[in-house]
Design a protein around this ligand. Structure first.
Ligand SMILES: NC(=O)c1ccc[n+]([C@@H]2O[C@H](COP(=O)([O-])OP(=O)(O)OC[C@H]3O[C@@H](n4cnc5c(N)ncnc54)[C@H](OP(=O)(O)O)[C@@H]3O)[C@@H](O)[C@H]2O)c1
Length: 197
């Protein structure tokens, strides 16, 4: 599959390596005219959105939503706001989420929230004691979630589909808890999973 990675930070780079490792063709986009968001989006059959929340609307504008129309967009962002001398906090919550905002910014795309609840070093084929872990996804389009489920399977994640994109209201606070635990224990190679019989 041809994959556009929008954002060339830690998440974009880790997922780009993961997609390549699993035989996909990758084009990355960022604020560089020689490697632009729009060119990557035109190339991709699907796209991954991996930008800081403060830059996400701008990244989508630079991408041009038309270039993502009809395509699956994997939304890895977390709507974090950083204020001086405070731990990061969620910029949205309770009755809205970053996932829903991204879907509103990309009304013709099929947005699926995925990978936001885990650190970038564990997104592809995580090896943690007690695994395999489960990935939680949310999105409005069943076909898009099927595509993302197949990708997760390649990346070593069984998937739990928690429903429509409003499920991001649960997945984003879960990421916030992950960040809080990370800061508290100064430990980042960790992930949530559900124990069951
Ligand atoms: N880091 C993690 O382990 C992790 C885990 C789960 C979820 N997340 C979420 O995933 C997203 C990406 O995280 P990250 O750590 O990869 O972030 P990051 O390293 O800060 O991402 C940097 C990328 O975002 C682009 N960018 C920054 N500001 C921009 C703006 N105003 N307009 C357009 N593009 C902009 C940069 O473009 P240039 O290259 O042009 O500077 C760069 O390519 C975040 O929403 C984060 O909360 C992160």
């Amino acid at each position: 599959m041809k994959v556009a990675i929008l954002g060339k930070g830690d998440v974009g780079t880790s997922l780009a390596l993961g997609f390549k490792k699993h035989g996909h063709d990758v084009k990355m986009g960022h604020r560089d005219p020689k490697e632009s968001y729009a060119d990557a989006a035109k190339f991709g059959e699907i796209a991954v959105l991996a930008t800081p929340w403060s830059g996400t609307e701008n990244a989508i504008t630079l991408t041009d939503p038309k270039n993502l129309a009809g395509k699956v967009v994997i939304d890895v962002t977390n709507p974090l706001k950083f204020e001086e001398s405070q731990a990061p906090q969620l910029a949205l919550g309770f009755n809205d989420s970053g996932g829903e905002q991204v879907q509103r910014w990309l009304p013709q795309s099929k947005v699926v929230k995925c990978f936001n609840i885990v650190g970038h070093t564990l997104m592809v084929n995580p090896q943690l004691p007690g695994g395999p872990l489960e990935m939680y996804i949310a999105g409005n389009d069943a076909g898009a979630k099927k595509t993302v489920t197949q990708i997760c399977k390649q990346f070593g994640w069984p998937v739990v589909d928690i429903g429509g994109i409003e499920g991001a209201r649960l997945l984003e606070p879960l990421a916030m808890l992950w960040v809080t635990v990370g800061f508290t224990l100064n430990r980042w190679e960790q992930a949530w999973t559900l124990l069951h019989k």
